[in-house]
Design a protein around this ligand. Structure first.
Ligand SMILES: [Zn+2]
Length: 529
């Protein structure tokens, strides 16, 4: 027994500096996008993963597996997490190197790719601006097509990567890589997909009506009289967001001359979570070569937490800042007395839940008054449209997520099938968007998550469900009203019940401790559908 305990301690000492170095190299590459940083990241990731690649050590872990269940709680949990990290890395060293190189190459291609558009190069933000405000439907279509160019560059590389991932997962006894990742994420694949079936059914009427309403508005706006609803009608390349034209312009108007950083700080301070230090280490504005996305990185589990954003003064970036700093407070307020390996969120979906809970606030009338500085009258006038926007967003995102998650499962089950066709038939069925005629291109591959975060997207949906459940509990038991901002008791509750337990409990167990019940989709459905 003490032998296993000793091993866990020694493993922690080994992995701690390697993890930190890997995080720092990842941060560097995201800011610079140059080949030198790419090389440094590949090397660092290899050093980190080579720990989990050790065959002899894994055999030892297998021998200890049964005995480890009798360890004290925290040690048993650490052992399981270590074991689960070893499993997918039990592959030949040269294959591991090959995988890391492929993944990094694809990631960097995404970061640095700029589409050919109207005789020049266009960034994601530039194309996004066209989806948002361009009145000419032909130019919208051209911009939409430009946004898919990256998919054509990525698809062959991604498919090769998937074949290698599948081949290695099969050697480890799994049906494919996707199934393995669900298992290692402590997600029951049958349960998740039957939950998705239910969510599809429960959202069908509400989504159809939101979309019919939206399509009528957009067609009028862009002077389109056909019955088709082509993807360039919407305000983002995948129809995953609710278009501003649906009622969000008024919300964008609010933020056009606001200090987004200051509002982020004020929001978290109002619930008793200070992010002043985190704003200082963050990198928040657009630059050449820099990643165009947004993320939060816990560099060392010791308080070095960094956020990357590309702030523009609109509601989307306000919401994104609240979202990313939601991840950041989860990481910042971990329990420093816990072992290194448990000083992380319980699960991807639980950190997404906290991020989403806060990200939703930029459309909350109470927030708009208390933090956004609107008068009660202004907020009142906006409240119907703000609620409509939030609800529509949730429904639109849900249907988009169903499209992507179902597609990704198929992508791994059989990467040789007609994926271009499968993609558009999913889009038509779940999102009710008309596929462009005669298009046979890998448009799916332009979605970064399929490359950078495999078997991840279901966590966004599960995270939204958890966010609704936690919010419901806060209203009912923590602040005793339909309120969230301005109550330091909220931060106190989150710190004690969600952040500090870290990865000590399996995610659903943590949720049960924090809200009195395991994940229950009813809270989300009652709120939005
Ligand atoms: Zn997130």
């Amino acid at each position: 027994m003490s032998e296993i305990s000793g091993y866990i301690k020694q493993h922690e000492e080994t992995i701690r500096p390697l993890y930190k170095d890997y995080s720092l190299k990842f941060w560097d590459l995201s800011l610079k996008g140059d080949s030198e940083s790419e090389k440094a990241l590949v090397e660092s990731k290899q050093r980190y993963l080579s720990v989990y690649n050790n065959r002899a050590e894994f055999r030892q872990l297998q021998e200890w597996r049964t005995a480890s269940e009798a360890l004290p709680e925290l040690e048993a949990r650490q052992f399981k997490l270590i074991y689960d990290t070893f499993v997918p890395n039990q592959i030949e060293e040269d294959v591991l190197r090959d995988l890391v190189e492929r993944e990094t190459q694809i990631e960097n291609l995404f970061n640095t790719f700029r589409a050919d558009f109207e005789g020049g190069k266009a960034s994601d933000n530039q194309l996004r601006q066209i989806f948002k405000s361009e009145p000419d439907i032909k130019r919208r279509k051209a911009a939409w097509e430009a946004s898919k160019q990256v998919g054509q560059a990525i698809a062959p590389k991604l498919l090769e990567l998937i074949r290698v991932r599948n081949r290695e997962a099969r050697k480890l006894g799994y049906a494919d890589y996707y199934t393995m990742m669900f298992d290692l994420q402590e997600l029951d694949i049958q349960w998740v997909f039957s939950l998705f079936d239910n969510l599809e059914r429960l959202s069908e009427t509400a989504f159809s009506s939101v979309k019919a309403d939206l399509d009528a508005t957009l067609k009028k706006k862009y002077n389109v009289d056909e019955t088709d609803c082509h993807p360039w009608l919407y305000s983002d390349p995948f129809f995953q967001e609710y278009p501003a034209a649906g009622g969000g312009e008024a919300l964008d108007e609010i933020f056009k001359d606001k200090d987004i950083e200051a509002l982020t700080k004020a929001h978290f301070l109002s619930i008793g979570l200070d992010v002043t230090d985190l704003l200082k280490t963050a990198d928040l504005y657009e630059r050449e070569g820099k990643s165009q996305h947004a993320f939060c990185l816990d560099v060392d589990h010791e308080g070095d937490v960094r956020v990357l954003c590309n702030i523009a003064k609109n509601e989307r970036w306000m919401s994104t800042m609240l979202h990313e700093f939601g991840h950041a407070v989860y990481d910042k307020f971990n329990d420093k007395s816990m072992p290194f390996l448990l000083r992380t969120p319980a699960h991807i979906l639980s950190t997404e839940a906290i991020a989403m809970l806060n990200g939703r606030m930029s459309k909350n009338p109470e927030w708009l008054v208390k933090i956004g500085g609107l008068t009660a009258g202004e907020a009142n006038r906006l409240s119907t449209s703000a609620w409509k926007v939030l609800r529509s967003e949730m429904l639109i995102f849900l249907r988009w997520a169903i499209t992507l998650v179902r597609f990704e499962r198929e992508l791994y089950r059989d990467p040789e099938q007609d994926l271009n066709h499968l993609w558009w038939s999913n889009v038509r069925r779940y999102q009710k968007v008309t596929p462009p005629s005669d298009r046979n291109l890998p448009d799916w591959a332009s979605k970064t998550h399929l490359s950078s975060s495999p078997a991840y997207y279901q966590n966004y949906v599960l995270g939204e469900l958890m966010a609704s459940q936690v919010l419901r509990f806060i209203h009912k038991e923590v602040v005793n009203s339909e309120s969230y901002v301005g109550h330091t008791s909220v931060g106190l509750y989150l710190k004690e019940k969600v952040f500090k337990p870290g990865a000590r409990f399996q995610w659903n167990e943590m949720l049960r401790h924090a809200t009195g019940e395991p994940l229950n989709p009813e809270h989300f459905v009652n709120q939005f559908a």
